[in-house]
Design a protein around this ligand. Structure first.
Ligand SMILES: [Zn+2]
Length: 289
């Protein structure tokens, strides 16, 4: 059933979905978001644009794992409710601001996956050219500066970053991804979290080895030959020939971050000794229970 929904949605890629299919797709992505542990309690929100001036969004105050199709809220781009028994998500302003800035975006996923949110909390953007597939699909994942949830200020900060990217970390909060349908937006969220996991492990092991400008050129060449486009964000080349994405490093809120590029690898705050210390403390804690 779930596979059937995804394949039906795929037929409309880049076009407005029929409302009944959009409802089923949002509910399914909600289940996946919950099952992957990308949200706690009632956190997170998902929406789809199903007409020039019609957005279908998750309601406020409900776990994303257990939403019913008839609980979704229909609103217009001005934020006025058109239909639905509940109020729309409290983060709807952020969704509307992104839809207004990016007419090509047809779906938005907002969640708090723990590892990429950890990077957002540490003020470390995922903006280094480390994984070929991320370079090819997402480019940079910058951090939008902190603003309180549900405010115009947050909506504007995220929409401004989303002009050039399909995924943005929210300082001290979580992540937002966009797509041409809800599954694409969700898969981008999975990709951000996966990238953050790998980056964290690499940092624990001594730091990421960055792709070089030459590596990026070779990746671009393969993409060009396959007729695919690279993300539009240009790479910055360091004095040692290593590449990092052109956006993001100056756009992060760097509070508390001591991440720095050393040679062709990135070192963060996390040292092996610190990890061992934390693990030992956790063991002590649990031994006492
Ligand atoms: Zn949130």
């Amino acid at each position: 059933m779930q596979e059937a929904i995804e394949s039906m949605v795929g037929e409309y890629f880049g076009k407005y979905l029929p409302e009944s299919l959009a409802r089923a797709a949002i509910v399914e992505v909600g289940r996946r978001t919950f099952a992957r542990g990308f949200v706690a309690a009632n956190d997170g929100n998902i929406s789809a644009r199903i007409g020039d001036d019609i957005i279908l969004a998750t309601p406020t105050g409900r776990s994303k794992g257990f939403i019913r199709e008839d609980e979704l809220v229909k609103i217009n781009l001005a934020g006025e409710k058109l239909e639905g028994p509940l109020r729309p998500s409290s983060e709807i302003l952020m969704h509307l601001a992104i839809y207004k800035t990016r007419p090509d975006v047809l779906a938005i996923d907002h969640a708090h996956p723990p590892i990429c949110t950890g990077f957002a909390v540490a003020g470390i953007p995922l903006d280094k050219c480390v994984l070929a597939e991320v370079v090819m699909t997402l480019g940079v994942i910058p951090i939008a500066e902190f603003a309180p949830p549900s405010t115009d200020e947050l909506a504007e900060a995220v929409a401004a970053k989303m002009k050039d990217c399909n995924a943005v970390l929210l300082a001290n909060h979580g992540a937002v991804s966009v797509g041409k349908d809800v599954f694409e937006a969700h898969y981008t969220m999975e990709r951000i979290e996966h990238f953050a996991n790998i980056s964290l492990v690499a940092r624990l092991l001594g730091g990421e080895k960055l792709l070089t400008a030459n590596d990026i050129e070779r990746i671009s060449e393969v993409q060009r030959e396959a007729g695919a486009k690279m993300p539009t964000v240009a790479c910055k080349i360091g004095p040692d020939g290593s590449a990092s994405c052109g956006l993001g490093s100056d756009s992060a809120s760097p509070q508390g971050s001591s991440a720095s590029i050393t040679g062709s690898s990135v070192k963060g705050d996390v040292s092996g000794e610190l990890v061992a210390e934390v693990l030992a403390a956790i063991k002590r804690e649990f031994a006492e229970i």
